[in-house]
Write a protein that binds this ligand. Structure first.
Ligand code: 5AD
Ligand code: SF4
Length: 435
């Protein structure tokens, strides 16, 4: 710790949960430099934008936010502006050329250099992929009490090279963190009050530890930590759903009955063009095996509509797959061409056609989401309480299936995990009573 008065750090996080986790770790690294976090950009000494590059719109947001920060910097030339995350990785020094108000550009594998960059002791642009684990060079997570649910990165990067996706280029090749580090971080989180851990990775179920161990074995080890009541993981690839992981869903009560398993499309032709390396039928058979192991599991997915070459028949196949599976919730996106990916430059589906398909798919997924949520009414579910609700005496928490649940329970504290009978379903949440 330095002894000067604390400086203020504002971090804005775009995109996925991995970025949320990385932002926390960067805040901890900067805390060691005497920075405290603020939620206002206009009184910060440093503004850090942790960016997402997955779709064009996500990257455009960065430049419009940088435009808004420019006048702030005009009035306060000592304000530092940093760009982190996947746009930083993809565009590097180009960001400073386009937005000269930016002082620092740091890619996701170089966060351990951030303090030295801020001190001016390391180059202002750093987008290297070092061989070692960046987490080894970040400070230990600080000994403060934490919210009851936390993220823990176990794997980064992706070797799958889906034809639409920038991740293999921005996050690099798949790297698994060693078991011992993951176990130590998990034990430390639990010691500080965490009861639920979501294991993160771009291809989290491709985690393979120090050697032959599989992801299911890691979950079994984590489940032995006393006080760790809930385990989740995201995001998975169907081709890495090994037997050990499927049986973990059968055997481990702490592993929540919720699985995000993106399929992207229901058409074999499009799956092939996307380089997904599985068919719709293989996905459906996999879902059958998972549901045999854990019949009450809720499934969620990502979909892309309007991928180059997608016909009405292909789209109909996607709708059919959705009908067959019945998803608890799902994210659907219009294809966005990303420079440097294999599908970039392929002939696009007309925009109006893609829009119409997106609407149709979203309407179906919304209906399924409503059905899934309403099916919770009358059931008794575990709820991990997080914070007070808006009404006096009300507490809100997350169910096993990640729905927000409101309960009238003035004596309940954040971190309590209790059984709740679900009484009603509102638009985006559930209401229940303690059993
Ligand atoms: N266009 C649209 N959606 C994309 N995704 C990834 N790349 C693209 C792209 N170029 C979606 C996929 C992925 C999710 C995180 O984002 O559905 O699963
Ligand atoms: Fe991108 Fe996921 Fe495909 Fe990897 S598996 S390339 S992260 S969509």
């Amino acid at each position: 710790m330095t002894d000067q008065t604390p400086k203020k750090l504002f971090i804005k996080t775009y995109g996925c949960q991995m970025n949320v986790y990385d932002s926390q770790r960067m805040a901890e690294a900067m805390a060691a430099e005497g920075y405290v976090q603020t939620d206002r950009a206009d009184d910060a000494d440093m503004v850090l934008l942790n960016t997402c590059h997955i779709r064009e719109k996500a990257a455009e947001k960065l430049y419009s936010d940088l435009g808004r920060l420019k006048p702030l910097k005009g009035g306060r030339p000592d304000l530092k502006i940093g760009v982190a995350g996947c746009v930083a990785q993809a565009e590097g020094a180009e960001i400073i050329r386009r937005a000269p108000q930016v002082d620092l550009v740091v890619g996701p594998q170089s966060y351990h250099n951030l303090p030295a960059m801020v001190r001016g002791e390391a180059p202002a642009v750093n987008t290297e992929f070092p061989a070692e684990d960046k987490f080894d060079h970040l400070p230990q997570r600080r000994a403060t009490r934490r919210a009851p649910a936390a993220f823990l990165t176990v794997q980064e990067g992706c070797d799958k090279f889906c034809a639409f996706c920038v991740v293999p280029y921005t996050r690099g090749a798949e790297v698994s963190r060693p078991t011992a580090r993951i176990m130590a971080e998990a034990r430390d989180l639990v010691a500080r009050g965490v009861r639920e851990i979501t294991l993160l990775g771009q291809n989290v179920n491709g985690w393979h530890g120090d050697g032959a161990e599989g992801f299911g074995a890691l979950i079994r080890q984590l489940a032995e930590i006393e006080g760790l009541d809930r385990i989740r993981y995201t995001t998975s690839h169907p081709n890495d759903m090994g037997d050990d992981l499927i049986t973990a869903h059968r055997d481990i009560p702490q592993l929540m009955p919720y699985l995000h398993l993106p399929v992207q499309s229901g058409s074999d032709r499009i799956l092939k063009a996307m380089n997904r390396k599985h068919t719709a039928d293989q996905y459906l058979r996999l879902i059958d095996r998972i549901r045999t192991a854990r019949p009450d599991i809720m499934l969620t997915s990502d979909f892309i509509v309007g991928f180059p070459g997608e016909t009405d028949q292909d789209h109909a196949a996607t709708l059919r797959l959705v009908e067959q599976v019945g998803f608890g919730t799902a994210f659907s996106f219009k294809y966005s061409p990303r420079p440097g990916t294999p599908a970039f430059g392929r002939e696009m589906v007309a925009d109006a056609v893609a829009d119409a398909r997106l609407q149709e798919l979203q309407a179906l997924l919304d209906r399924q989401q409503r059905v899934a949520q309403e099916s919770m009414v009358g059931r008794t579910l575990g709820v991990l309480f997080e914070k007070p609700g808006r009404m006096p005496g009300q507490m809100v928490g997350k169910s096993d299936y990640l729905h927000s649940v409101f309960v009238q329970a003035p004596d309940v504290a954040p971190g309590d995990l209790l059984q709740v009978r679900i009484k009603a379903s509102a638009s985006n949440s559930l209401e229940g009573v303690l059993t």
